[in-house]
Design a protein. Structure first.
Length: 611
């Protein structure tokens, strides 16, 4: 709403100046200006009251300024895949450029008792799994929600939350921190921002608001661009990143499962030649997939669109056919709240508004339907193609644990991908990326990729440290990378691999490589669990418990534990098995075992890459 002479106490010239200025201010600058005007008003009132007795002059008032903002800032990040870590480092650098004293720390390395001493706190945190904090954020998250949490009346804070709108508990961890800090007495200097998978612009805007709020001179506060945000979480010196992926040539695409297996696992080798991309064991590869042509054609038919109609696919105005847009640019397999909200506006009589108002029903739709289901169930035919696709989310990259060591395979990167196929509501469904790789990618083709560094899943710096690797199924991928690296570097530390799948004969991924490493001593010990080969199902956690005495001894010798694979069940079962071993072999209580595992995580001796 614009100011007018008739609805404000300002004259025409002042109204014109304010109407030009106010729209250019970001929220941080508005907050600062509000505080400045409040302070000036208070100072003027004091001066006016004392004017008769002390003859306070206007020059004295004008010389008084707002009390300076504290120059100390603490930046804490909770990160599972490395995005929060990269963003925090970028933010810390910009704050330091403004002369602020910055303490930057992973949440897992931060002592919660120090919260009471902090005046300015900035949190960047992702949400993991079903609304859970990432591993290195768990201790602080639990502390703040315990009775030990202190009052934080003097705290000024802000939260940047990273998430994915295709999950039910979108940005839940960031919301948790924001709500709890407020309950403890903290004051938000900039409102929390919740980011989807394309977080660049939202994160840049939040950073700029924070910089303006903490600067004593907002007009000269440094700015952060979305390009700088991308660079902060991208790979090394390469020009290629999530927004500018490298077209990697496919060198090999093999099915690792034997004949008769009901599983299909692809081993894919890609060339990085000419990319200047680098990676370390534990990092991930982002792959941009294409949607299944059959689903695209069925959606076009259901909407009665012309497949050749041109639609806009990005902010630069690039136009492609509807079919091309749905195949390569937009996500059509996930139902997210922003997409449904946009479609509800385009089709007000469809019933989507009622769906959005019913949380339980919406969760059911989000967890089981794709866009074709939504179109058919809510009779959305008739929405113009251009308007429909304008509300869709870009296809997000799929992250896969890298299964190779760059020292073993220079200028190459390898993946281990299990193909997902299932039937629902009488229609075959496909894992977008896994089926793309399995059915429509051959040697000689190219894939858009980028490197996602993961500082939270790394080999120990000490090459003599023992390592215990637990990775059933495709969770074994990073451990092929670990052992390849240790072989090339000549590391002397003991290595122990727990591996599991369904059948020994058909599902033993990379069997010959493990056997060679065992023979050469690169792999010290290996325990396997093939759950369908015995009458009673046996999993990796059962093998761990069978070897509890030796596993505990390795821990006493300083072993680092790595877990990769399914977060919902396997990772929880493995965690419980570790706690049981500590209780049985170490004589610890349940609470002591839990504290022991938390300490291992803080010491980076218990690392997880789970999904």
């Amino acid at each position: 709403m614009e100011l007018q002479v008739t609805n404000s106490p300002f004259n025409q010239e002042q109204v014109e100046l304010l109407n030009r200025l106010i729209p250019t201010l970001n929220s941080g600058q508005k907050t600062w200006l509000s505080g400045y005007l409040t302070a000036i008003q208070g100072i003027s009132a004091v001066a006016a009251g004392a004017g008769a007795a002390q003859n306070v002059q206007a020059e004295t008032i004008s010389a008084v300024s707002v009390p300076p903002v504290s120059r100390e800032v603490t930046v804490l990040y909770g990160s599972q895949t490395g995005n929060s870590s990269g963003l925090s480092k970028k933010l810390a650098k910009k704050l330091e450029e403004q002369g602020l004293q910055v303490t930057l720390s992973a949440m897992g390395d931060f002592k919660p008792n120090g919260l009471k001493k902090i005046e300015n706190l900035l949190i960047i945190v992702s949400t993991h799994g079903e609304g859970e904090p990432p591993d290195n954020a768990i201790p602080l998250h639990e502390f703040l929600n315990s009775k030990r949490a202190p009052k934080l009346d003097g705290l000024k804070y802000s939260v940047l939350a990273l998430g994915d709108t295709s999950y039910e508990f979108f940005c839940q961890t960031g919301k948790d921190f924001d709500q709890r800090l407020q309950e403890l007495g903290g004051t938000a200097i900039v409102p929390r921002v919740d980011c989807d998978v394309d977080f660049d612009e939202a994160a840049a805007e939040w950073m700029n608001d924070v910089l303006a709020s903490l600067s004593s001179t907002p007009a000269t506060a440094g700015t952060v661009s979305s390009e700088a945000v991308v660079a902060a979480v991208s790979s090394g010196e390469s020009e290629y990143n999530r927004t500018n992926p490298f077209k990697a040539e496919v060198l090999e695409n093999l099915n690792l499962n034997g004949r008769g297996s009901d599983r299909e696992t692809r081993h894919i080798e890609l060339s990085l030649e000419g990319s200047n991309l680098d990676y370390e064991p534990g990092d991930s590869l982002g792959v941009f997939p294409e949607n299944h042509p059959r689903l695209v054609d069925e959606l076009i038919a259901a909407m009665d669109w012309n497949a050749d109609e041109r639609v806009t696919v990005n902010k630069s105005g690039e136009q492609v056919s509807v079919r091309e847009a749905l195949l390569r640019y937009f996500e059509i397999t996930a139902v997210t709240k922003p997409v449904v909200e946009q479609l509800a506006k385009l089709s007000p009589g469809s019933g989507l508004t009622n769906l959005l108002a019913n949380d339980a029903e919406f969760r059911k739709v989000m967890n089981s339907c794709d866009l074709l289901d939504l179109v058919q169930d809510y009779s959305l035919r008739g929405i113009p193609a251009a308007e429909f696709v304008a509300g869709l989310r870009k296809i997000p990259a799929r992250l896969y644990s890298i299964a190779s060591s760059s020292k073993s395979f220079p200028d190459e990167v390898h993946l281990t991908v299990r193909t997902v196929r299932y039937e629902a509501r009488g229609r075959e469904r496909y894992g977008v990326c896994s089926v793309h790789l399995a059915e429509r990618v051959e040697a000689g083709d190219s894939l858009p990729i980028y490197i996602q560094h993961n500082p939270n899943f790394k080999l120990p710096e000490n090459p003599d440290a023992p390592i215990i690797m637990i990775g059933p199924g495709t969770g074994v991928a990073p451990f092929r990378s670990f052992l390849g690296e240790r072989e090339e570097t000549g590391a002397e530390g003991k290595t122990w691999l727990f591996y599991g799948d369904q059948h020994f004969l058909t599902d033993f991924l990379y069997q010959t490589e493990w056997q060679r490493w065992l023979k050469d001593g690169v792999l010290t010990k290996m325990d396997v669990a093939f759950s369908r080969d015995t009458e009673q199902k046996v999993y990796v956690q059962h093998r761990m418990l069978e070897n509890s005495k030796e596993l505990y001894q390795w821990l006493q010798e300083g072993a680092v534990i790595y877990v990769c694979g399914d977060e919902k069940k396997m990772a929880h079962d493995v965690h419980n098995a570790l706690a049981t071993i500590l209780e049985q072999e170490g004589g610890l209580t349940s609470e002591q075992a839990s504290e022991y595992l938390t300490r291992l995580q803080q010491e980076k001796r218990y690392q997880r890459d789970v999904y």
